[in-house]
Design a protein around this ligand. Sequence first.
Ligand SMILES: [Zn+2]
Ligand SMILES: [Zn+2]
Length: 862
Amino acid sequence: MVPSDQLPKNYDFTEVEERWRKTWRDADNYFDKTSEKPRFVIDTPPPYPTGNFHIGNALNWCYIDFFARYKRMKGFNVMFPQGWDCHGLPTEVKVEELNHITKNDVSREEFRKMCRDLTIRNIEAMRLTLRKMAFSTDWSNEYITMSPKYYSKTQLSFLRMLASGYIYQSEHPVNYCTRCETAIAFAEVAYEDRETTLNYFDFDGIEIATTRPELLAACVAIAVHPNDERFLQLNGRSKKVPIFGHDVPVIQDEAVDPAFGSGAVMICTFGDKQDVHWWKQHNLALRKAIDRQGRMTGVAGRYKGMNTAECRTVILADMKEKNILKRQEKLAQRVGTCWRCKTPIEILSERQWFVKIRPDEIQKAAHEITWFPGHMLLRMENWVQQMEWDWCISRQRIFATPIPVWFCTKCGEMVTPDEKDLPVDPTLVKPKQPCACGSTEFHGEVDVLDTWMDSSISVLNVTGWDGNGIPPYFPAQIRPQGHDIIRTWAFYTILRSVALTGQKPWDEILVNGMVLGEDGFKMSKSRGNIIVPEDILSKYGADALRQWGAMGAATGSDIMFNWNDVIAASRFQTKMWNIAKFALIQIGKEDLDRNAPITALSDRWLLVRLSDTVEQVSSAMEAYQFDVALKAIREFAWEVLADNYIELVKGRLYQQDSSRKSACLVLHTAFDALCRMLAPFTPYFAEECYSFLKGESVHKQPWVTFTYDDDAARREGNMIVQVAAEVRKYKHDNNMALNAPLGRVTIYAPHTVDDEGDTGRTLNADVQWRTDVAKLDRVITDVEFNRSVVGKTFRKDAQAFMDAVKALSPAELERPPKMIKVNGADIEVPQNAFTPKFSYMEEGAKVDVLTVGDVIVTIVKK
Ligand SMILES: [Zn+2]
Ligand SMILES: [Zn+2]
């Protein structure tokens, strides 16, 4: 117990948070591989190292740290690893920007080095924010996806899935960004509403409507509905493509909408997903009119070399000239765009690498996982059900995990490295053995892997996967993540875990919402509504920010940022600090008597309320309902403990007898429990308080298991608290100081209550509890005049009128006569001239009466 005179007057979060940050040791949060305790392994999201840990990350990590700390206190061996998902386009783009180069200006190796250097600097900055926020990260389990150690695992997982038939390469239409010059997966396509022009033109006698005339060169068929009588005679015939002159067949397909345009559509390779579908279904030719840079190819004849927009303009002009363009209309359209740069996606047929999607396997595993909140499972199901294409995993970029294969230049055979030689960059090294054909000439695969190929084995990595069977700590207990990456990170992780281990990756998944700006919109630079965690940290500290994270919304819901919530959190800490100082000073006055008998009603009441709170908070923590848990803690601390209990027992604490010891023990119990329940939410604040209370770290204490059963104490305690609150309000309404002496207070309760004098002391009154029925007489004790009515009617006779009224009997005052004598004359009594005022008499004395439920309180003021 620290002497109470060392307690600072005010809580200085800057000083306290920095001091504890320097005191805490990383090793206290390490996962213990030798421990017998039950495991709790967290598949922490590896953030993209942008250098800024943003507010959405902060919310996500708050949730993780709340339950990581809670589980440790519950006796689990917790692994809270920290990864960094390094590869990908945003870093490449940043490096190009910072160095004023494009990726082709330097060698691949040099460009990679620039990306790695930037990534390392960014990780450093983000680590610092993680530490400031008091996240109890297990730094012994940190991983960086660009490190050779990690990417050799990514390559190993690739080779294993290649061997088992999950991965294949093929020429197949893929979503392609011609600005980024890379294939992207369906999950990376963002949709935007745009306005475009629908062009009607004459296609060898048939009217066709198209939004993309530049694809005319890629036209491979005309499709009509089989029941469309207008086109029956055309079936099996061919038509000449305008401008380009090649012949295409007319085919029938149920999917054509006869009501759209003329009822005939042209199929191009490829305008959209439907084209791909028809192309496969009807075994059509492939005409590649657009290349990887988004320029027209030789197939487009004299339009070769133009970009698609230029080509569109020129073709429309040519159509006009040939007089085949009939009319044009505006059309609202949803366009698939690159998630990164917003360029409209092209569908190009390219040789790419794919991972097979087996929807049933994924559905089965997804159903074996418990989802918090439960409805998030639906999002996964909907996504899996609409999967049509396999996952394209090859990218035509540089800063990524290399695809570890070579091709023999002589026979074309694919050669893979020995697993023990991983990691390899096939563009830098050659296979150790010659090809089966005897050749030693190879070319290494230049395509690299989609970043999700790295991050979708995060769980395998942290659970100790080395390629041999089920990893030692697999499956993880929980995956925390945002709902925006269910179709990517969650989906791919389940897919990869099933493919590589045959099992689900985690027992549970906890999905958090997005953080919106104060204006209710998604945070963005253009709106200027971005909130930076560092800013909150410097103004209000980590504990206040963490409380905001807990209280802002139910888990899974989007949460609007609001400075007022942070300020309220900071106020709660000030209030708690005042409670702490009071409690610590009282408890610290002498040795705590742990065996003091607890008999006083208010003491028993507090313990019951504490027991209720512990139960409520614990079950909320089990269900990841952090808002419910912290709200219960705050209510208990603020209302139950500070506003009610401490007010009730303050007087008793200044007495020197066993009843003081009982209150001290209760105060100690409650304060100890509060610190421990607050520890996951406000680790700095709880640590500071607990160090004064016990001289130990609160983070090494077990979770609170306190229970106390006493229904009578709950009932009667609630009653005395309500009575005391009502009488305090009475004092306030009567302009009395709250500690002013009040006189005699009689409380008529339904049954006997022994409050051991607490109510009397807190109200500074002579309090009597009675169980008989109050005998009250209602009497008129005064008259209140309506001055404006009286003044206007009686002018100079006003006083005489009022004297006459006051002289009336109580019965007359209740039912006033029509006429009254004023200065000897009979005068009519005006409406609303006065109202009689009632009082209550009890045993001959005038009393004020309050009612609190079925309790009646009478007060005789001093
Ligand atoms: Zn792009
Ligand atoms: Zn060969």
